[in-house]
Design a protein around this ligand. Structure first.
Ligand code: TRP
Length: 327
């Protein structure tokens, strides 16, 4: 593929993969009308999708979760000693609480924890469970989309703040969105505030691809669940036997791409719309950008965050970075 064409394609993907509100139907109809068909990844997370995602994080092939937890376990006290003044932790897109627990165990001087999440159910359940296990910690849930400007409650605004963004979720953003996101985090933590962020590293292609195409087929089921959901919610007629999960490493962009590949020439119908697929044509569903430590430091500095220290796991697969707001 030519560079110009690759750029045009990735721009089309970005155009429909933003976080702006929009229904599933519109997103699917628009996405399937693009030259490179696409469905935005935010629609992965229905009930089944969220369960499958939790299963992915426990797979042997999916090293990022394990590697990051290893870093928090081993380096927790070292991290805590670098942020001795932090009073409140603000987590972006909290979701499951395994990681926050690992780091809260070490950050014993925190008084407040403010998870920001789009799902009110998740927030309430997590707040309850954490309060039970960390009785001295005040949990202040914030129901918001962390990609939009967030209004902090007064009790958080008046504190020294540390933001937490684990899971290499930053890699699911386009680089220019990641840059904008970091600037928003700077507003949230305030002057001299810190960000503790987990970012997956570039590595050999086989390890990367395996993490997104596990032999158990869980990531495949997670990806294909988008079509299951379209059939159920939109009355689409995707034939699940004739689409397959595909994970590929795009070395030019430094990212894993997830696709759903058509196994035959076929037509899919949604209401009064038809979409024709050629054999091997794909629907692009997600990107996961990988950053070398140098690349991530460059991105952080461009967004006026100064790297304080960084850590990796015993296999040097994953990166955790402590950054400080220079703005
Ligand atoms: N941000 C993580 C990653 O890119 C988790 C993730 C998001 C993920 N979407 C995914 C993992 C789809 C597997 C498949 O690795």
């Amino acid at each position: 593929m030519s560079v110009a064409l690759a750029k045009a394609r990735s721009t089309a993907f970005e155009a429909i993969n933003g976080t702006e509100e929009g229904g599933f139907l519109d997103a699917v109809l628009n996405g399937l009308s693009l030259p490179q068909k696409a469905i935005p990844s935010r629609f992965f997370y229905d009930k089944r999708g969220s369960e499958l995602f939790e299963d992915i994080t426990r797979l042997k092939a999916y090293y990022p979760t394990r590697s990051e937890l290893e870093i928090f376990d081993i380096r927790g006290e070292e991290i805590a000693a670098l942020v001795p003044d932090a009073e409140a932790m603000v987590e972006f897109g909290s979701g499951s609480s395994r990681k926050i627990r690992a780091i809260l165990k070490a950050l014993t001087h925190l008084r407040l924890y403010a998870p920001i999440d789009i799902s009110p159910e998740m927030l309430a359940a997590e707040a309850k469970a954490l309060s039970a296990d960390f009785p001295d910690l005040k949990v202040v849930p914030i129901h918001a989309d962390f990609m939009s400007p967030v209004q902090l409650p007064a009790e958080i605004r008046g504190t020294k703040r540390l933001a937490f963004f684990p899971g290499s979720t930053i890699g699911n953003l386009e680089p220019h969105e990641a840059f904008q996101f970091l600037q928003r985090v700077r507003d949230v933590v305030g002057s001299s505030g810190h960000l503790l962020i987990g970012v997956d590293r570039k590595k050999d292609e086989a390890t990367l691809v395996r993490a997104y195409d596990d032999p158990e087929g869980v990531t495949g089921a997670f990806n294909l669940n988008l079509l299951v959901r379209a059939n159920r919610e939109l009355g689409a007629d995707f034939d699940l036997e004739r689409f397959a999960h595909e994970a590929r490493y795009n070395a030019d962009h430094g990212r894993i791409e997830m696709h759903l590949k058509s196994l035959a020439d076929q037509r899919v119908t949604i209401g009064d719309r038809h979409f024709d697929f050629r054999a091997d044509e794909t629907i692009h569903t997600e990107n996961s950008y990988k950053y070398t430590p140098d690349e991530f430091h460059l991105l952080a500095r461009a967004a006026r965050f100064e790297p304080v220290r960084s850590w990796t796991d015993s296999a040097s697969r994953f990166g955790v970075y402590l950054l400080q707001n220079q703005g």
